[in-house]
Design a protein around this ligand. Sequence first.
Ligand code: BTN
Length: 254
Amino acid sequence: MEKRRTAPIRFLAETDSTNLAIRRLAEEGAQDGSVIWAARQTAGRGRLGRSFASPEGGLYYSMLLRQSEDPARDLQLTPAAAVAAARAIERVCGLPCGVKWPNDLVCGGKKLCGILCESFIAQEKRFVVLGIGVNVNTADFPSELREIAVSVRQLTGKETPLPALAQALTEELDAAVEAARQGDAALLEDYRARCVTVGREVLLLREGESREAFALGVNEDYSLRVRLPDGSTEDIRFGEVSLRSKAPLPKGGC
Ligand code: BTN
């Protein structure tokens, strides 16, 4: 049965990072499921220690979760967040979204949304924060991002009301987090169907090294199975995978 949401959803016009803001709330005793979203971040955090450009027009969103007593149940929260964000963007903006492994949402070969899940301890309890940044109404990007980032508005020509997307994101995350913790197979199927990395030549980037490979598929634990040039296969769990060509994209996909 669907759980009724009681945790608050808070809006901030500006903050340093919604992931940091929700962490501060956790230190004050915030409830499991609490959400903070903002219209601007001054110190947005990205994966692998990078910063995340967070100009006006984007949706910067974090959900706080108490870690499960069995942490193995939480291993799939990051891909669950990617599927939830894709479903919310499709529902509200009418835009189909692909997933570039592990958790970037892409459309038209460019990045539409980034996801950063972090864990921490507050008041002696373990928490996970699901942080999601969507390029929604962004009119333009700094020149260094123009080739790789895109917004919903640039793709559809329409403005999306941010509160409606934040609400849909909360609904989809509530459902996807529950599904991930139950080991729901439909979540994995949705992720696989959206994954634009599979069937492509990729570069595996880790600790300053880069290796060529071919992406064969997504395993049940959401690791990426790749074939290396010597014919051996490997399952990739961490790091970054870049696509070596923009084409061909799956028919009707992103
Ligand atoms: C990435 O693509 O490297 C991940 C970017 C994650 C950005 C979001 S925006 C909301 C939340 N707050 C942050 O500081 N980061 C995440």
